[in-house]
Structures are given as C-alpha cells and as structure tokens.
Design a protein around this ligand. Sequence first.
Ligand code: PLP
Length: 387
Amino acid sequence: MSHNRATNPQSVPLLDIVGENRPLHEEMLEAIRDVFETGRFLYGPAVTELENALAELSGAKHAVGCASGSDALLLALLAMDIGAGDEVIVPSFTFFATASAVERLGARIVFVDIDPATFNLDPAKVEAAITPDTKAVIPVHLFGRMANMTELQRIAEEAGIRVIEDAAQAIGSKHRDRGAGAWGDVGCFSFYPTKNLGGCGDGGMLTTSNDELAERLRLFAAHGMSPRYVHRVVGINSRLDTLQAAALCVKMKHLQRWTEARRENAARYHELFADVGLTKNITLPAAGDGTHVWNQFTIRVPNGRRDALRSHLAEQHIASEIYYPIPLHQQECFRHVSCAPGSLLESARAAAEVLSLPIFPDLTFAEQQRVVDGIASYFAARKISAA
Ligand SMILES: *Cc1c(COP(=O)(O)O)cnc(C)c1O
C-alpha cells in the first residue's frame, strides 16, 4: 500500500500519510519530547487528554485508551462477560477484527447480511437472527457512514442484548444528533495510521456512558488488576502508549478540518461523476446527510468489470483498493461458522463489486479529475454505453 505521494507527478496515491503529518512534525516531536522528560510512557497525561477529547467528540461519558481497535473490540466483549455458549451478531462484510474478537473468546459468530445501499448491517435481518443465546450485536460504521443505530438500538433493547459499535472507521461521525461511540453500550475506535485520526503505529480507544462498564474496561485492559497485584478478572495487557497519545493529541486538533476536506472531496466526486454520466456503469456511495466522515469513498462496479477497471487505473498510476475482497463467511478460518444458504448474498456481491478511490484530505482537484477521467476512459475505450 502506498502511504505517500509517489515521485511520478501523474500518479494519484490512495493515501498521503507522510504529507498529512509533515506540517505537524515539529509539534508532534515536541509533544513526544515532553513524554521523555516525564518518563511516564504509560498512563501519562496525554492519554487522559486524548480520552477526554474523544469522550467529548463522541458524546459518551467515558473514554478508555487501549492498544488497538482490535483490542477495543475484544475488551468490550470481555467486559460484558461474553464467551462460550453466547452468540454475537456481526456483519460478514467488514474487517476481520470485528468477528475475530468473538471467535477468540469462544463465543459463536452469527453473520448477518448488509443493506446494499449503505454497506452496513440490515436491521431487519439482525432482528430475524436473534435467538435466546444472542448476547450482543456489533454494528460496523463501514467506510465512515454510521449504521442505522435508531433501528438497531430499538431491536437490541427489545431483545435485551448489548450493542458494541465498531467505530474504527467513523471517528467524528453522527447518526441523528448523536456521535459514533455514544449509541451502543460501548464504542470501539482505532488509531491505525490509515484511519481518519491515524497515529504513528497502533492505538485504540473505547467509549461508554455506563460507569460500571467504563471501570470494567479499564480493569480488563490492565490484567484485571486492582489494586496492584490483586487480580479480579483475567484481563489482558492493552494500553495506549503515552507517546502515541501525545502525537494523536496534536492531530486531534485538525480532525474536524480533515473531515470537512473529506466531505468536500466526496461532494466533488459526485459532481465530477455526474458530469461524465457513468450512472449505468458504476454506483456511487450515497451522499448521506452530511454526517458521513468518508474514511473511504467506495463505488460499485457491477458486471464483473471491477478488477479490469482497477488494472486500467493502475496502468495510469491511479491507486485504488478493495475493502474487502473476501467476505468473512468465506474465509478459511471461519469455515466452521454455519450460515444459511443465500443469507449473505449482499455481502458476497459487495466483495465482488466494491472499489475504494482516493479521498484523503489533501487530495487535489486535479487528482480527483484524473481519477474520474481514468474511470471514464475505461468505459469509453470499451464502448460500454454510459446511457
Ligand atoms: C481498522 C479496523 C479495526 C481494527 O483496528 P486496529 O487498530 O487496526 O486493530 C476494526 N474494525 C474495523 C472496521 C476497522 O476498519
């Protein structure tokens, strides 16, 4: 994966992490130097500062740092005592970690299909999948667009099950007037470098408005130990390094501006694609209600043309990526997870059709124009009608 602008000026990268961080290098290095001065590499003041900032952004009462988004999911399930004999509903069209946390704890994965218009869990199908053993559902706010939390919360409350939001791609996003991470019992965030708030390595955070859960999350993230050398539960070791938090606090101040830039880029793609009239050949992501944070701008390319289009773009040095090429229910390691035939058709179709285009904040108008022209030229060269 290319994480910065290549030397070829005609190329369009998928991301530009180096460019995004460069104007902040001095400030981040200064913040990191401060951590060295105090020597508080764990549980330092920058961790608390970032926790407070994410709690405020999401609208949840508490935020708890941890080592990664994947650990956040694991910790959420641990804090809810989910394990053997329990069922947890997850989408199949998501990143691996959403489901692996369930399997890791010996609970049963129940894959549910997505709404093709949003790529997010279909609430009606979630409702139909609930059994007496269901303990939780993990909606993923895929690509930065929130799942239908109004419906999912209603269904979960009626069934008496927990909701864990996988908000790894949706920091700062909203559904109605409430932020990602403030809808479910727990929200899970990631600071993996390609996320909208990306660190200098791994990092994650949990949000909750439940005092007891907040305490349990902290307990499980610290060996279940409280006080020192008294272990109340079998926890894990999962902390957000103060060095990461220090760098992330610097970047957090720019998140709103970057999110706005992503929204402008998404709006511009909609305009540029409308100009070239490809509506029969590709499907654009729905513009939504302005609360989408566009971690990805993901189009659909039906009729088996996706991979050929991607190669055509690559020949013109235009980067694109497939998130995700194999739905989780088709992964080798989940072969034992039983799924009713035909129950995950939309997940499989999405995996075959999706293509994510560059949408990072510093993407220029000229670069977006090249992406759109590159796609238009693929269909024009094959005389595939745009009518
Ligand atoms: C990135 C991501 C994760 C995992 O986060 P890490 O910090 O990389 O462990 C989980 N779920 C989704 C949807 C993600 O995009």
